[in-house]
Design a protein around this ligand. Structure first.
Ligand code: SER
Length: 364
C-alpha cells in the first residue's frame, strides 16, 4: 500500500510537502494558550492563529505548516473517556496542519491533500472518502463548492463524496470564535478492521465501527460565531487543516492501533520489561498499556511546557493524568513507581522534534 516510513519521516514529509508549496514552517505553540481565557489547553492547530482569523493580528507569512501539540482533556473537545478504550484517541496528540491566511482556499487545499495522500504516500484512491457540509439546521449554505472540487481530483470516486451536518462538518474551536464548514477525509481500512463485524450497525463513514477512520480535516474558516449566536462573515477566508499525526502514522505503517506505531514502541518496551509480559499477553490486556503510554506522554509534554502537578486548573489535570497512569499500572502488577522510566522513552522518541522535551529529566 505505502512505503514503510518512521513517524519522524512522516511528520517531515508533511512539512516538506507544504514548504515546497510556498508555506512557512512554524513551530508548535505551547500547550498553554497564553492570553486565551476561553481554553484550558491548546486543543487544535488553530489556537495560535485565532487572532489572525479574526483580523486582530497578522503574520509575516500567508501560508504556514506545522505540527501542533494538542491536549483534549477538557472543554468542547475532550477525549479522555475514549483513551485506552480504543486505538485512535489520545489526551495529548500532534496535529499536522497547513494554513492559509486570506490566501489560497478550497481548490488548492483539497488538491494538495489529495496529492499528498495518494501521490506522496501512495494511499489507495478507491479507499478514500470526503465529507462535505450540509446544514441540518438549514441556515448555512451547503458546501457544494468543496464537493465539486473533490469530484475533479484525479482518480477520486465521485460517489465517495458524502454530506454531513453540523456535528461532523462544521468546525469551531470553542463555543464561539472563528469557524466554518469543513471537509473531512476518511479511509476505508477494510472489512477485517470492522470491530463490530456480524452485528447490526452503521458500517460506513462516521458510522459506529472502526473500519472507516477519519484522517484529515480541512476547515474553511469564513465565519465568526458570537456568544449570542450571530454568525458573521470574517473579513477574509482562511484554510485550517488538521491531520491526526498518530493516525496517519498508523495507516502508513500498516498497524491497527496508534499504539502499535513506532511512536510508542519505546514506551511499550519499557512497560513490558517491567511487567514481564510477552507481547501476546500485553495485547490481550492492552487497555492499561494504552492508558499509561498516553498519560505519560501527556504529562511529560505538559511538564515540558511548565505545567507542574497541582490542585487547580491545568495543574490539576496534570496531576490527575499522572495519578490515573499510576492507577492503571496497578492493573498490570506495577505497584512500585514506574512512570519516570516510561517518560525516558517518551523523551528519547520526541527529543529531536520538541526541543523542550529534552529538558525534562525525571519529571515524576
Ligand atoms: N481545526 C480543525 C480540527 O482541529 C482542523 O485543524 O480538526
Amino acid at each position: 500500500m505505502s512505503k514503510k516510513l518512521t513517524g519522524n519521516q512522516i511528520r517531515q514529509d508533511f512539512i516538506d510537502f507544504f514548504v515546497e508549496h510556498g508555506h512557512t514552517a512554524v513551530p508548535s505553540m505551547s500547550l498553554v494558550p497564553g492570553g486565551d481565557a476561553t481554553l484550558l489547553f491548546t486543543n487544535s492547530g488553530m489556537v495560535q492563529f485565532k487572532d489572525v482569523f479574526i483580523g486582530t493580528d497578522t503574520k509575516p507569512y500567508k501560508r504556514a505548516v506545522d505540527s501542533q501539540k494538542c491536549m483534549r482533556v477538557a472543554g468542547k473537545h475532550n477525549d479522555l473517556e475514549d483513551v485506552g478504550r480504543d486505538d485512535t484517541h489520545h489526551t495529548f496528540f500532534e496535529m499536522l496542519g497547513n494554513w492559509s491566511f486570506g490566501d489560497y482556499y478550497k481548490k488548492e487545499a483539497i488538491a494538495w491533500s489529495w496529492q499528498l495522500l495518494t501521490e506522496v504516500w501512495g494511499l489507495p484512491k478507491d479507499k478514500l472518502y470526503a465529507t462535505c457540509f450540509k446544514d441540518d439546521k438549514g441556515n448555512v449554505p451547503q458546501d457544494d463548492e468543496a464537493a465539486d472540487i473533490w469530484k475533479q481530483q484525479p482518480g477520486f470516486d465521485p460517489e465517495h463524496v458524502l454530506f454531513f451536518g453540523r456535528k461532523e462538518n462544521f468546525w469551531q474551536m470553542a463555543e464561539f470564535g472563528p469557524c466554518g464548514p469543513c471537509s473531512e477525509i476518511h479511509i476505508d481500512l477494510g472489512e477485517e478492521r470492522d470491530n463490530l463485524r456480524g452485528t447490526d450497525h452503521v458500517c460506513g463513514v462516521n458510522g459506529e465501527c472502526t473500519r472507516y477512520l477519519e484522517l484529515w480535516n480541512n476547515v474553511f474558516i469564513q465565519y465568526n460565531l458570537f456568544e449570542d449566536g450571530r454568525l458573521e462573515p470574517l473579513p477574509a477566508k482562511h484554510v485550517d487543516t488538521g491531520m491526526g499525526f498518530e493516525r496517519i502514522v498508523s495507516v502508513l505503517q500498516g498497524v491497527d492501533s496508534n499504539y502499535k506505531t513506532d511512536l510508542f514502541t519505546g514506551s511499550l518496551e519499557v512497560l513490558r520489561s517491567l511487567t514481564g509480559h510477552t507481547e501476546k499477553e500485553m495485547l490481550a490486556d492492552f487497555t492499561p498499556y494504552r492508558v499509561i503510554c498516553d498519560h505519560v506522554r501527556s504529562a511529560a509534554f505538559l511538564i515540558a511546557d511548565g505545567v507542574v502537578p497541582g490542585n487547580a486548573g491545568r495543574n490539576y489535570v496534570t496531576r490527575m493524568i499522572i495519578r490515573r497512569g499510576a492507577r492503571f499500572g496497578t492493573k498490570i502488577g506495577l505497584n512500585e513507581p514506574f512512570l519516570a522510566k516510561v517518560a525516558e522513552a517518551v523523551i528519547a522518541e520526541y527529543g529531536d522534534f520538541i526541543p523542550n522535551s529534552k529538558r525534562i529529566r525525571r519529571p515524576f
